[in-house]
Design a protein around this ligand. Structure first.
Ligand code: KG4
Length: 339
């Protein structure tokens, strides 16, 4: 056994624990929270309560599945932020208590850095191809849309970011307009496979540098749907797949325009994608196409590592462990945290 890191993730509505042994994954347990489906979005107080009841069984399952005992753990890494404060408090408090009891070092992890470093989780017996530094990461989730220049595991620079909504929010909010349940992103993806992406045109932003904006798209989408429904009350049902395909294409075009620009300007051809929206099949297909055309070395994460998971926290913790970047018991979570 090598350096064994227990990772804990509780930033939003998934409670997760993972064991990473010298960079190799041994377990990654994720407990989702169905309770929010009733409300059309994550309810922070309910999320904290669910984390509270999930955290011990989830950590226990991660340790058991890894085939180790708690005394084998070398260090504990936890998500400090960004996220919902009540949710973060559960993971942070648990990690602090466990580290104190086990007398092992404690490591704080930025959730966004975790998403990016998910590409470095190794699997026994697999090829384990990893991006070379420097690489660009398109980080797209429910709370973020960024282009990040990754110079080393722990050295990252944000080249561009959203000035309003994130790509995941654009998916979810537009999905809500057409009556889809939360989170709408995966449903839009599913419907889009059966629709015509050129059926409708929605507004694209004109914005400087490598930054993103999705609020104009959201407004143009809302107005177009409202105007069409006035004329034909059945418009949404009759055109659901075409609407989803056109919306998805617009979001992907917006994301790719800036990523291509950043790759051209920096001359970097090592390209990665991370975060919940990287599960989108249209985005994956388009990235694969662009990679072929532009000779990019493209890294798309496994589905298990697209949404929130503790393996990405444990791997980030591993790299911080190697550098001796530990924190003490005075540490507290941070709802807002940048890279
Ligand atoms: O990274 P994530 O799990 O949570 C954080 O924001 O940290 O991302 C969740 C977001 C949601 O907005 C969800 O709708 C979106 O990722 N998402 C998708 C797909 N799967 C998840 N969006 C489009 N297509 C998908 N297949």
């Amino acid at each position: 056994m090598g350096n064994i890191i227990l990772g804990i993730e509780s930033s939003c509505d998934d409670t997760s624990a993972s064991i990473i042994d010298d960079g190799f994954i041994r377990s990654n347990i994720i407990a989702g929270q169905k309770v929010h489906e009733l409300y059309g979005g994550v309810v922070p107080e309910l999320a904290s309560r669910a984390h509270q009841s999930n955290i011990i069984p989830v950590v226990d399952a991660a340790i058991k599945q890894a085939g180790i005992s708690k005394d084998d753990i070398t260090a504990i890494a936890f998500t400090r932020g960004p996220g919902l404060l009540g949710s973060l408090l559960v993971g942070t408090s648990f990690a602090k208590g466990f580290a104190l009891a086990q007398k092992v070092p404690l490591i704080e992890v930025n959730h966004l850095q975790g998403h990016i470093l998910a590409h470095f989780v190794k699997k026994e017996g697999a090829e384990n191809k990893q991006p070379n530094f420097p690489f660009l990461c398109l980080l797209v989730s429910g709370g973020n849309s960024q282009i990040v220049l990754v110079k080393d595991h722990l050295d990252m620079e944000i080249l561009g970011t959203t000035i309003d909504d994130a790509a995941g929010e654009a998916f979810d909010k537009c999905a809500k307009v057409i009556g889809l349940p939360y989170p709408g992103g995966p449903i839009v993806d599913r419907n889009a496979k059966l629709g015509n992406p050129d059926a409708f045109k929605y507004s694209k932003p004109r914005i400087a540098d490598y930054n993103y904006s999705f609020s104009g798209l959201k407004t143009s989408f809302l107005y177009q749907i409202r105007d069409n429904v006035k004329v034909n009350p059945n418009f949404i049902n009759e055109n659901m797949n075409d609407i989803c395909a056109s919306l998805q294409k617009t979001i992907i075009d917006i994301l790719l325009d800036k990523l291509i620009k950043a790759a051209k300007d920096t001359g970097i051809k090592e390209i990665t994608v991370a975060g919940g929206v990287s599960a989108n099949s249209g985005l994956r297909d388009r990235l694969t196409l662009e990679a072929k055309k532009r000779k990019w070395n493209l890294f798309i994460p496994e589905f298990a590592y697209t949404t929130d998971n503790a393996a990405m926290i444990a791997i980030t913790g591993y790299y911080k462990f190697l550098k001796g970047e530990f924190v003490d018991q005075s540490i507290s979570p941070m709802a807002r945290m940048t890279l």
